[in-house]
Every structure is written in C-alpha cells, then in structure tokens.
Ligand binder design. Structure first.
Ligand SMILES: CC(C)(COP(=O)(O)OP(=O)(O)OC[C@H]1O[C@@H](n2cnc3c(N)ncnc32)[C@H](O)[C@@H]1OP(=O)(O)O)[C@@H](O)C(=O)NCCC(=O)NCCS
Length: 174
C-alpha cells in the first residue's frame, strides 16, 4: 500500500476501503439518504446494491474510509464523471460522507485530502463536486482545498417536498 493513501491525525485514521467495510459504508450512506439532501433520493441502498457499488470503487482503488476508535466514521470515493461518454474520462467526481454525530471533527477534511492525493496519483485532470447549494459544510470543506464554485443549476432536483439547487465546484488536479 502506498503510504500517501494513509493519513493519520490524532484520532482519525484514513485507509483504503475493503469489502469488509461494505455494511458500514452502506449504513452511513443510508443515514444521509434518510435525513439529508446530500443525496437526492429517498430510496435506501440495498445490501446487494452496496456490494456492487463499493466493488466498482475497490477495483479502481478509489474508495477510502476514516476510522475513529476502530469504527468506520466516514467514507470517501471518487468515480467517473459522465461515465457514458469517454471524452470525460480525465474528470472524476468526489463523494464524502461522515457518520451523523461525528460531523465537524475534521474527518471530512482528512478524507478529502486523501481522495485528492489518490486522484492526482491516478493521473486524473479535474475533480468535480456536485453539492446541494444549501450544504454549507460541504461547500466550506471543498473551498478549503481550493475547489472553485463554477456555477449553480437552480431547481434541478427535489426532495422532502422542495426544489433543490445544485452547486458545481471544480479543482484542477494537474
Ligand atoms: C460535509 C461533510 C462531509 C463535512 O465533513 P466534516 O467532517 O463534518 O467536516 P470537517 O470537520 O472536516 O470540516 C470541514 C469544514 O467544513 C466546515 N463545517 C463543518 N460542519 C459545518 C456546518 N455544519 N456548517 C458550516 N460549516 C461546517 C468546518 O468548519 C470546516 O471548515 P473550516 O475549517 O474552515 O472551519 C459532513 O458534514 C457530512 O458528511 N455531511 C452529510 C453528508 C454530506 O453532506 N456529504 C457531502 C455531499 S456533497
């Protein structure tokens, strides 16, 4: 394992994900689906879907988890942006989720640092973050790493009975 992918702060240990993390990652993802507008769906991920979803990231080496006290407290992945068209193959999109009750402790920061290093190491050119425009924690997190807000698509989504705006942020990796 390349040590660049393993960053340790006082209490948080970030490491590459493995198949044994599938259920912990699914639980954090489903928590965000149920309680937030971070993911624009209300349909929880099934155990079978979670295996397929994480496996695709594991094959690419693009999934990481953060452990606090030996428990998975968050995860981060990057994946293709607009995978159906090969002309976008040098751009990747990031996703970061921290377990409720562990927000604001620096876990997202360590995860995003690791993710950017890994995407750069893999030779990608641009990282894109699509963020619900009212998600100030995520916008602030991405700003800290130099992501620039390049535009907002108003009213392109809906959840919990209201329309949602999508803020698009971008970081050059090279
Ligand atoms: C967004 C998220 C990943 C950030 O991770 P985190 O571990 O809570 O964030 P950190 O503690 O590393 O803090 C990162 C920055 O965000 C800011 N931040 C954290 N929580 C915040 C909040 N509730 N409101 C405003 N800013 C906040 C921090 O102040 C920090 O910026 P600063 O150092 O300039 O003060 C996390 O809150 C989360 O999982 N939220 C729910 C899912 C989600 O929205 N994921 C992103 C989808 S795009």
């Amino acid at each position: 394992m390349n040590p660049i992918y393993e960053k340790t702060s006082a209490a948080v240990r970030v490491r590459p994900a493995h198949t044994g993390d599938t259920e912990a990652v699914r639980a954090i993802r489903n928590q965000a689906i149920a309680h937030s507008t971070a993911l624009w769906t209300q349909i929880p991920q099934t155990p079978i879907e979670a295996v397929a979803w994480l496996d695709a990231h594991l094959e690419r080496g693009s999934a990481f988890v953060a452990e606090v006290d030996g428990e998975v407290a968050g995860f981060a992945v990057f994946g293709p942006w607009r995978a159906e068209l090969e002309g976008y193959r040098h751009s990747v999109e990031d996703s970061i989720y921290v377990r409720e009750g562990r927000h604001g402790l620096g876990i997202g920061t360590v995860l995003l640092a690791t993710l950017i290093d890994a995407a750069r190491e893999a030779g990608h050119r641009v990282m894109i973050a699509d963020i619900e425009a009212g998600n100030t924690a995520s916008i602030r997190l991405h700003e800290r790493f130099g992501f620039r807000h390049v535009g907002t698509l108003p009213g392109v989504g809906t959840k919990f009975g209201r329309w949602l705006d999508l803020a698009i942020m971008q970081l050059p990796l090279q």
